[in-house]
Design a protein around this ligand. Structure first.
Ligand SMILES: *[C@@H]1O[C@H](CO)[C@@H](O)[C@H](O)[C@H]1NC(C)=O
Ligand SMILES: *[C@@H]1O[C@H](CO)[C@@H](O)[C@H](O)[C@H]1NC(C)=O
Ligand SMILES: *[C@@H]1O[C@H](CO)[C@@H](O)[C@H](O)[C@H]1NC(C)=O
Ligand SMILES: *[C@@H]1O[C@H](CO)[C@@H](O)[C@H](O)[C@H]1NC(C)=O
Ligand SMILES: *[C@@H]1O[C@H](CO)[C@@H](O)[C@H](O)[C@H]1NC(C)=O
Length: 457
C-alpha cells in the first residue's frame, strides 16, 4: 500500500485492511484508578540469560531477558506461581497495569512473575542493534518468546527455594493472552493451567476505519493540531496508523470509570467521543474529519494539557509499535477489513499482496499467512485443557475471542459491559457486577486446578 497520489492536493487516506498499528496487545491493565486501596506494586528486577535462538544451533549467543518478581504473599512449598507472559511492550507497564494479579496474590499465596517479551522493553537480543536489520530481527517470533518463557519457568522452579512443587498459572491479555494459551498448549509441563484474556484471534467487524479525502496536508495538520505538520504523502501512512490505533485503543479502554491506562480518560470514553462524530451520510469529508479531530482530542487532551498532538507518540507509548508491526509482517498476520456495513466507513477489502509488499519494503520479510494456525492449531483446541478465555462484550477484539466453552476445563467467560481485559484490572467500586463475578469465578478455577495438580503429582 504505498501511497498513491504523488501529485497531491488530493489526499487519499485509507485506513485499510492491514495489520499495521492494530495492536491487539493492549492488555495490561491500568493504573491510577480513583480509589486507593490497591495493593501497591513493588517488585524486584532480574535478568535471565536466554539463548537468542532456541531452535537452531548456529547462533549461539545469549541475551538478558528481564523479569520482575514479587514474593511478598508467596506460600513456598505449594503456593502457585502466577506468570505473566509479556506481550509487545515494556514489562513494567504490564506489571503496573495488571491489577488482577496483585489483587489475588494474597488469597492464592502466589508468587508473581512478570516476564518480558524479547525485543521489547529492555530485553533486546542484539542491544541497540536489535531493530537494525532483518538478520537481527529474525529471532522476534512468538515461538522464540514461548521458549523463553518455558526455559525461564524451568529455571525458576529449579533455583527458587520452595518452587519445585508450585503450579504455574500463565496469565496474559490480548497477544499476551494468546501467548499464555499457547504456552499451556505447547509446553504443558511448564504451565499447569492458564488464564488467557480475550483475543484469540481478531475481529474486524467492530473496527472503525476511515477513508476520507481532504484538500491537503496542511489542512489536515491544522485541523488535528499536529506538532509536526505532515509534509509528504508518505507521512500520511504514519498519521493514518496513529489514528487507527487511537481508535481501537479507545474502544478497548471503554471502562466504566475515569482511568489512566493508556491515556487519562473520562468514564465511558466512547460515549464522550461519539458525541463528536457525525455518522449521518451526507456530511462532507471536512465535517467528518473535524468530528474525528475533536474525538481524537478527547483521547489525547482530556487533561487539557496538550499543546499539540504528537503523532510520534502512539496512543500506547509503552508498547512497541515497530516490533508489533514486524510481528504482524511475519507470523501474526491479522487482516483488518472494513465492509462498509458493520462499520461506519468505506469498504476496503483485505489485500494480502499489498500488505506483503509493504512488509518487504519496511523489513525485507514477507508474511507467512497460515503459519500461526499451523503451529498453534487455530481454533480447534479441543484436545487441550485448563484454559480460561475471558471476553468483554465491549471489546473490539471480542469477536475474535474464544467465546464458547469447549469442555469442562476449556472455559469461556463473557463479561457483560466489559472492555478489553477489564477483568485483569484492579478491583474498582465502579466495576459492573459481571466483572466482579468473573474475577471470583477465575479464582475459583485457579484453586480447583491447583488442587487437582497437587493430587496428581
Ligand atoms: C559460538 O559461535 C562462535 C562463532 O560461530 C564460536 O567462535 C564460539 O566458540 C561459539 N561458542 C560456544 C560456546 O559454542
Ligand atoms: C511501574 O511502577 C514502578 C514502581 O511504582 C515505576 O518505577 C515504573 O516507572 C512504572 N513503570 C511504568 C512503565 O509505568
Ligand atoms: C487542549 O485543551 C486545552 C484546554 O481546553 C486547549 O487550550 C488546547 O488548545 C488543547 N490542545 C489541543 C492540541 O487541542
Ligand atoms: C513527539 O514525540 C517524540 C517521541 O516521543 C519526541 O521525540 C518529540 O520530541 C515529540 N515532539 C513534540 C513537538 O513534542
Ligand atoms: C479438532 O481436533 C480433534 C482432535 O484434536 C478432532 O477429533 C476433531 O475432528 C477436530 N475438529 C475439527 C472441526 O477439525
Amino acid at each position: 500500500m504505498r501511497l498513491i497520489n504523488t501529485a497531491l492536493l488530493f489526499l487519499l487516506l485509507i485506513l485499510s485492511c492491514k495489520a499495521l498499528g492494530l495492536k491487539p496487545q493492549l492488555l495490561g491493565r491500568h493504573t491510577a484508578q480513583t480509589n486507593s486501596q490497591h495493593t501497591s506494586v513493588s517488585y524486584k528486577t532480574f535478568y535471565f540469560d536466554q539463548q537468542i535462538d532456541h531452535f537452531g544451533f548456529l547462533e549461539n549467543g545469549t541475551f538478558k531477558q528481564r523479569y520482575l518478581l514479587n514474593d511478598q504473599h508467596w506460600h513456598k512449598e505449594g503456593g502457585p506461581i502466577l506468570f505473566y507472559t509479556g506481550n509487545e511492550g515494556d514489562i513494567t507497564w504490564f506489571c503496573n497495569n495488571t491489577g488482577f494479579m496483585w489483587d489475588v496474590a494474597e488469597d492464592l499465596g502466589a508468587l508473581l512473575v512478570f516476564a518480558e517479551h524479547r525485543y521489547y522493553g529492555e530485553s533486546m537480543p542484539f542491544g541497540e542493534e536489535s531493530y537494525s536489520n532483518a538478520k537481527y530481527l529474525n529471532y522476534l517470533t512468538s515461538e522464540q518468546a514461548l521458549a523463553d518463557f518455558a526455559v525461564l519457568i524451568k529455571a525458576l522452579k529449579k533455583t527458587l527455594p520452595g518452587a519445585q512443587k508450585s503450579s504455574v498459572i500463565a496469565i496474559g491479555g490480548s497477544y499476551g493472552g494468546m501467548l499464555a494459551a499457547w504456552l499451556r498448549m505447547k509446553y504443558p509441563s511448564a504451565v499447569r493451567m492458564l488464564f488467557c484474556v480475550s483475543s484469540y484471534g481478531f475481529s474486524w467487524t467492530h473496527l472503525i476505519s476511515f477513508s476520507f479525502i481532504g484538500e491537503g496536508l496542511q489542512w489536515l495538520s491544522q485541523e488535528f493540531g499536529l506538532c509536526n505538520p505532515l509534509k509528504t504523502p508518505d507521512e500520511v501512512y504514519g498519521f493514518k496508523a496513529w489514528l487507527q490505533e487511537t481508535w481501537v485503543n479507545l474502544a478497548m479502554v471503554d471502562y466504566p470509570y475515569e482511568a489512566n491506562f493508556l491515556q487519562p480518560l473520562p468514564a465511558w470514553p466512547v460515549k464522550v467521543v461519539c458525541k463528536n462524530l457525525h455518522f449521518n451520510t451526507g456530511v462532507s469529508d471536512k465535517q467528518l474529519l473535524n468530528g474525528i479531530s475533536q474525538a481524537v482530542r478527547v483521547y489525547y487532551n482530556y487533561t487539557g494539557d496538550a499543546v499539540c498532538l504528537n503523532t510520534s507518540q502512539t496512543a500506547t507509548g509503552n508498547l512497541g509499535f515497530l516490533g508489533w508491526f514486524y510481528q504482524s509482517c511475519t507470523e501474526m498476520v491479522m487482516p483488518i477489513c472494513t465492509d462498509g456495513v458493520a462499520d461506519m466507513f468505506e469498504p476496503q477489502p483485505w489485500n494480502f499482496q499489498a500488505f506483503s509488499d509493504e512488509c518487504y519494503n519496511q523489513f525485507r520479510v514477507r508474511p507467512r499467512e497460515d503459519w500461526a494456525e499451523i503451529v498453534y492449531g487455530g481454533r480447534n483446541i479441543s484436545a487441550h485443557s485448563n484454559i480460561i478465555f475471558s471476553n468483554g462484550n465491549l471489546d473490539p477484539w471480542m469477536s475474535g475471542g474464544v467465546t464458547r466453552s469447549l469442555s469442562e476445563s476449556l472455559v469461556a467467560i463473557m463479561i457483560d459491559g466489559g472492555a478489553h481485559h477489564l477483568d485483569l484490572r484492579y478491583n474498582s467500586e465502579f466495576d459492573p457486577e459481571s466483572v466482579i463475578k468473573t474475577r471470583a469465578l477465575e479464582v475459583r478455577y485457579f484453586k480447583q486446578w491447583i488442587k487437582q495438580a497437587a493430587t496428581t503429582q
